[in-house]
Design a protein around this ligand. Structure first.
Ligand code: ADP
Ligand code: ADP
Length: 226
C-alpha cells in the first residue's frame, strides 16, 4: 500500500511569490495522477514539495499514514525520474542503476539483485556493461527509469519527462511509463502542460490554475462533457 495525501499544501517562495495554495489531493495506492495546467501554475513546485526538494510552507504530506512533511528527500520513499541527460556518462548502465543504492551502503548482493530485476523489467539486461553513449535514446530513457525502480520507492514522480524528446521517443517513453505503472502497480505523480499527454496517461487528472486546483477527475469526467 502506498497512498499519498497532500493536505492543503502551500508554497510561498522567499520573494513572496505564492506559487501553490490549498492543494488538496488523496492519491490512491497504484494510481497514476497527472497534474496539468499552463506554465507557471505551480505544477513543478507541487511535485518538488512532494519530493522534498522544496520546503512546504503550510499543510501536510502523508505517505502511507506517515507524516513526512518535514522529512528530507532520502527518508520519503519517493523517486523522481529525471530525463536521460542525468545519466553518468563515465559509468556503465549497471553502475548508473546501482549508484544510489551504493551511496546508501546497501549490501552488494541486494544491489545486484535489484539492478538485475529492474534491467529485466526494462529490457536492458544485455546492455548492462555498456556506457550511456552506446545506447539509443529510448534505452537511455529506460535507464533513467531503472535508477528510480531499483530503489523500490512507494511513489514515482515525473516532471515533464517527454518535453525534450522527439516524437518517436515520446511515444516510446509514454508506453514505457504506462507499462511500468501496470507491472509495478506503482503510485505515480506526473506533471505536464500537455492535455493530450494527460488524457492518454492518467487515471485521474488534476487541473491547476494560478497555484490552485481547479478540477479533479478521470479523463472521461473532465473532457467528455457535451
Ligand atoms: P509550473 O511547473 O506549472 O510551470 P512552477 O511551479 O514552476 O509552475 O512555478 C509556479 C510559480 O512560482 C511561478 O510564478 C514561478 O515564477 C514561481 N517560482 C517557481 N520557482 C520559484 C523560485 N525558486 N523562486 C521564486 N519563485 C518561483
Ligand atoms: P546473474 O548470474 O545473477 O544472472 P551476472 O553476475 O551474470 O548475473 O551479472 C549480470 C550482468 O550484471 C553482467 O553482464 C554484468 O554486466 C553486470 N554486473 C554484475 N556485477 C557487476 C558489478 N559488480 N559491477 C558492474 N556490473 C556488474
Amino acid at each position: 500500500m502506498s497512498d499519498l495525501k497532500l493536505q492543503h499544501l502551500e508554497k510561498i517562495y522567499d520573494n513572496k511569490v505564492q506559487a501553490v495554495y490549498d492543494f488538496d489531493l488523496d492519491v490512491k495506492d497504484g494510481e497514476l495522477i497527472v497534474l496539468v495546467g499552463p506554465s507557471g501554475c505551480g505544477k513543478s513546485t507541487t511535485l518538488r514539495m512532494v519530493a522534498g526538494l522544496e520546503d512546504i510552507s503550510k499543510g501536510k504530506l502523508i505517505i502511507d499514514g506517515k507524516d513526512v512533511t518535514r522529512m528530507p528527500p532520502k527518508d520519503r520513499d519517493i523517486a523522481m525520474v529525471f530525463q536521460n541527460y542525468a545519466l553518468y556518462s563515465h559509468m556503465t548502465i549497471y553502475e548508473n542503476m546501482a549508484f544510489s543504492l551504493m551511496l546508501r551502503k546497501e549490501n552488494k548482493n541486494e544491489i545486484h539483485q535489484k539492478v538485475l530485476a529492474a534491467a529485466e523489467i526494462l529490457d536492458l539486461t544485455s546492455q548492462l556493461n555498456k556506457k550511456p553513449s552506446q545506447l539509443s535514446g529510448g534505452q537511455r530513457q529506460r535507464v533513467a527509469m531503472g535508477r528510480a525502480i531499483v530503489r523500490r520507492p512507494k511513489v514515482f514522480l515525473f516532471d515533464e519527462p517527454l518535453s525534450n524528446l522527439d516524437a518517436k521517443l515520446r511515444s516510446a517513453t509514454r508506453r514505457e511509463i504506462l507499462l511500468l505503472h501496470k507491472r509495478l502497480n506503482a503510485t505515480m505523480l506526473y506533471v505536464t502542460h500537455d492535455q493530450t499527454e494527460a488524457l492518454t496517461l492518467a487515471d485521474r487528472i488534476v487541473c491547476m490554475s494560478m497555484g490552485h486546483v481547479q478540477q479533479i477527475g478521470t479523463p472521461l469526467e473532465l473532457y467528455d462533457t457535451p
